[in-house]
Design a protein around this ligand. Sequence first.
Ligand code: KG4
Ligand code: ZN
Length: 338
Amino acid sequence: SQNIYILGIESSCDDTAASVIHNGKILSNIVANQKIHEAYGGVVPELASRAHQQNIVPVVHQAIKQAGITKEDLNAVSFTRGPGLMGSLLVGTSFAKSLAYGLSIPLIDVNHMQAHILAHYIDEDGFKKPPFPFLAMTISGGHTQIVKVNHYFDMKVIGETIDDAVGEAFDKSGKILGLGYPAGPEIDKRAKQGNPQAFKFTKPKVDGLNFSFSGLKTAILYFVQRETKTNPNFIKENLNDICASIQYTIIGILIDKLKKASKETGIKHVAIGGGVSANSGIRQALKVGEQKFGWTTYIPKFEYTTDNAAMIAIVGYLKYLEGYSTEQNIIASARLKI
Ligand code: KG4
Ligand code: ZN
């Protein structure tokens, strides 16, 4: 039987991450979060690449150590080629190349968006793997996509945002309300204690399966400005209701398109990933989908939904099994497509 160890390296945005996978099982999953961006209310690219530079060696070292192996045990090095911030991608790409070269083992490039989806194929007790074909919705601070997945490396984007990502919609709404960054988790927490019907926000009209969130952010800004003019304490007095109403609107936008995608493709296996999949509203809406539309839904373990290297390692493993490797002259690609 096989005994394959693959290292995964992720550095596309503001998390420096490394993971070792043994066959399909994750042995280590290390993430160094960059606290520095909180003060700016968003990721500052220049600061992100500098922090990756600082973190990459300790994070990889830690991942190999925690896996209980040495670097000589590795069969291949996989890394995020894109999409993402160029300065951030370059750090992981260059390091992965050097390590694979030094160890004389295969180098495997991974598409970050495919990885969010293939994270569902990590062996994890209590988590089921979606059968092909399935619909994957990736929702985070950087992405909002619906993908039809025919097989591991045969997938097609059938809908995506034309402006802000859904996580940005949460974070920017939170900023208007004076909440800290990222605001998604707090909006979620407050939404549970608020009335989702208290305030109405119109949903954008966008063709097909695409999304738009920038109009909603502006609508919330004008609404808050209008209300605080007559009542300076409006936000404070209604914060939970405002959060519940915003969340209700955002989840409604996501679910409308997911329903449409399921109807158009006839696919009832629905898998979600990305940081926003932690949201209690989307989880509840998926349960409703199971009862109302006969969906089977899939959500990976939390640490495999946010940006992580375990998802890079599983893709590295799947590609390795196919005998795939790439050349040392490969370059990072900020706008890499699925
Ligand atoms: O995947 P992730 O950790 O990083 C990337 O953006 O790639 O996702 C972070 C995003 C942030 O926008 C954050 O506000 C949002 O996910 N988020 C949530 C929740 N937890 C995280 N949004 C709504 N509800 C949550 N519970
Ligand atoms: Zn991501």
